[in-house]
Design a protein around this ligand. Structure first.
Ligand code: FES
Length: 321
């Protein structure tokens, strides 16, 4: 009997056992990432837009809504036009198929960009998702061409094939997010207390020597330049990378896994693939002890006195290497 669990197991088995599929997927993802990085700052800024940095969450799922919605409604109006012989339904179907096909291009670009920074263990699923949706796009493109030549029945045939594949591709997309946790924040729920908590003796934190301290079992990354002390969560929001092992430059940390860059002062994303900011904490030194606390709702995140503590974003903070 068909069950979603059995189906998922079969997909997993195919990805694991098809010779070279998983490894090739990982290599392709790394090559795309390398191609983005070699374009320098400009390349990364374009990638940031496609990742969804400005949105605060991935752009790809937002765009898929347009594509999937248009294609699905297009086929619905096709069926309606066959049932009612309505010309307006046929026109609506043609327009929706065209809209979905055009919107699939930026949707695919955003997806490919996200794929470049995908977790290694999800690369095979990401590649399969991309391949299935590419074939679906090809069928809808064929459908669009046939419709433009008034071959409506053939156009309907191709869009129906495309819709079937797109549904499978969308299921794989959901599996990537909800099962493999691609595109969601990997920072554990905030555990740091709203009250000041002592985390380290101030003289134990040295400039250019970031340290990780545990607060309620959560790793917090402390960094220092001069008197400025910053505290951010040490688990990368993108896919859980260890930020303390990253490289530190210009007041930022670059994650060692996929290269996301976070500002150490306020945790904001400077470069993706991360789209969620890194949780960051207020710091102060009292009686020789570094204390941190969570920002409270409604609190001015950057009160005047804290600017001195945290320092300026454009100062070179640390150079670990
Ligand atoms: S885990 Fe992917 S950039 Fe940090």
């Amino acid at each position: 009997m068909f069950t979603p669990q059995r189906f998922r197991a079969q997909v997993d088995e195919f990805i694991e056992n098809y010779p070279g599929f998983k490894q090739t997927s990982q290599e392709v993802a790394q090559k795309i990432q390398k191609a983005i990085f070699t374009q320098g700052e400009d390349g990364r800024e374009v990638a940031d837009v496609l990742h969804g940095k400005q949105l605060g969450h991935p752009l790809h799922p937002l765009l898929t809504d347009i594509t999937i919605g248009s294609w699905t409604l297009g086929v619905f109006f096709d069926v309606l036009s066959f049932l009612t012989r309505s010309q307006s339904s046929r026109k609506a179907a043609n327009r929706l198929i065209t809209l979905g096909t055009i919107s699939a291009v930026p949707t695919a670009l955003a997806g490919i960009t996200d794929f470049s920074g995908i977790k290694q263990d999800a690369a095979g699923h990401g590649a399969l998702h991309g391949i299935i949706n590419s074939v679906a796009l090809f069928f809808f493109w064929r459908s669009m061409k046939n419709r433009s030549r008034n071959h409506h029945l053939t156009g309907f045939f191709y869009s129906t094939l495309g819709l079937g594949l797109m549904t499978f591709g969308a299921w794989l997309g959901g599996d990537l997010v909800y099962n493999h946790r691609v595109g969601v924040s990997h920072v554990p729920e905030e555990q740091v207390a709203g009250d000041w908590t002592i985390v380290l003796a101030a003289d134990e934190l040295k400039t250019k020597e970031p340290q990780v301290v545990k607060v309620k079992k959560q790793p917090i990354l402390l960094t220092k330049q001069g008197k400025n002390i910053s505290a951010v969560h040490a688990v990368c929001s993108h896919a859980g990378g260890p930020l303390e092992q990253g490289s530190f430059r210009d007041g930022c940390v670059q994650c060692p896994w996929h290269g996301s860059v976070f500002n150490l002062t306020d945790g904001h994303v400077v470069h993706g693939p991360a789209t969620f900011e890194q949780p960051h904490y207020q710091t102060r030194v009292t009686d020789g002890q570094i204390e941190i606390r969570r920002w409270r709702l409604g609190m001015d995140k950057y009160p005047i006195e804290q600017k001195d503590i945290h320092g300026q974003n454009d100062q070179a903070l640390l150079d670990k290497t």
